[in-house]
Design a binder for this molecule. Structure first.
Ligand code: FSX
Length: 378
């Protein structure tokens, strides 16, 4: 079984996914499959999500595109501003007329919008600004190309491309929730894709918008999710289960703190006083106990690299409110928990759950232990 399915099956305990992984082998054995397409547009972003994409390893985006992952093959990355070879029309004026179509980047978008590309995953990287405020002064916040009619805004292209997309994937916290561009005071009115299209928006296949937040997300989160969605489009896998923020639960279904490699120090009440110490970084403002993020399981590249393991506090970059409170100030510790009164603990003991409750409250209260009850996620 190839890398993508091994990865999905390893991440998911869902028997449906495991059974589907076996079915894939049969499906491949039956012969050639039609090409699936990826159209990737970029808005208000730093391109970090694209750097992450290029750092994916399990499977790598290169392996996916060159057909090494047979279950997904053939996959075509038709449009990606950073890594595709095509140029805009301005560069084509001196070319032979017949080559214009082939080398015009915008023509690929038009083909997709007309439904001539074939089934495609529309990936959005970056936040979407409110062009109405820019228009008041005759300007634009975010353009992604131009044709003979003039500059094309991300907003208008998103609305056009979403119409024919088999599924829309918002990669990075900017595309998912607005991210850094929407941080207060949000001068451009930046929003995530879900807030532009609507939380109840559905693709032509009836699939909701899927968010892969992170600033940036690890490359493997992106490719694993794209792989899952391509198999969903093929009718091989069911759509991934999502949480209320439309994040796949196979990646974001737990709190970062729950699987933190420094968690034993938290339980022992040992916190760092200065950077470089090996203990829990809650004291330096780590937001891990209220943040849904898979980094402490997956690492960043090939299983290595993660915020808390390196002694850096989690700043909540996978969360909707990021970079605003409660995730900032980044270096300010979360509030101490409210310790239940002794009678409540005694009552819990009577019904047999005292062990868990006491376990968490054995922590030295003076050490400012964080309560999960402060999480907005509940
Ligand atoms: Fe945003 Fe992507 Fe933050 Fe950057 O491009 S998620 S600014 S690290 O990476 O969109």
């Amino acid at each position: 079984m190839a890398a993508a399915i091994l990865s999905l099956a390893r991440f998911s305990s869902d028997p449906v996914v495991k059974a589907a992984a076996k079915d894939i082998e049969k499906s491949i054995a039956q012969g050639e499959q039609p090409a699936l397409h990826i159209v990737w547009v970029q808005g208000q972003a730093c391109s970090g999500c694209t750097v992450s994409l290029l750092n994916s390893t399990d499977p790598s985006i290169v392996d996916v595109l060159i057909g090494q992952v047979k279950e997904l093959s053939p996959v075509v990355l038709d449009y990606h501003p950073t890594i595709m070879p095509q140029w805009g029309v301005e560069h084509l004026s001196s070319k032979a007329a017949e080559s214009v179509e082939e080398w015009s980047a915008v023509s690929i978008l038009r083909k997709a919008e007309r439904g001539e590309l074939g089934p495609y995953v529309l990936v959005v990287e970056g936040a979407v600004p409110d062009e109405t405020t820019a228009a008041m002064t005759g300007g634009r916040w975010c353009t992604i190309g131009e044709d003979k009619a003039g500059p094309l805004t991300l907003t208008e292209e998103l609305l056009s491309l979403a119409g024919n997309a088999a599924v829309v994937l918002a990669v990075g916290s900017c595309a998912a929730f607005g991210g850094i561009p929407h941080g207060s005071p949000n001068p451009t009115g930046a929003k995530g894709v879900m807030d532009v299209l609507g939380a109840n928006w559905k693709s032509s296949l009836g699939l909701p918008i899927i968010n892969i937040p992170g600033c940036p997300p690890a490359g493997d989160w992106i490719v694993k999710t794209v792989a899952h969605l391509l198999l969903t489009v093929k009718g091989i896998l069911p759509a991934p289960k999502l949480d209320k923020e439309h994040r796949p639960t196979f990646l974001y279904g737990w709190l970062m703190h729950d699987k933190c490699p420094r968690g034993s120090y938290y339980a022992a009440g040992q916190f760092i006083n200065k950077y470089g110490e090996p203990y829990c970084v809650y004291s330096m403002g780590c937001k891990g106990p209220i943040v849904h993020c898979p980094i402490t399981v997956t690492g960043f590249v090939e299983g290595t690299g993660m915020c808390s393991a390196f002694g850096s506090p989690c700043i909540g970059c996978t969360m909707r409110e990021f970079p605003d409170p409660p995730y900032s100030p980044f270096l300010k510790a979360l509030p101490a928990p409210v310790i239940p009164p002794a009678e409540a603990l005694a009552a819990a003991a009577v019904i047999g759950v005292a062990a868990g409750a006491l376990g968490s409250h054995v922590l030295k209260a003076k050490k400012k232990v964080i309560s999960k009850s402060s999480s907005k996620e509940g």
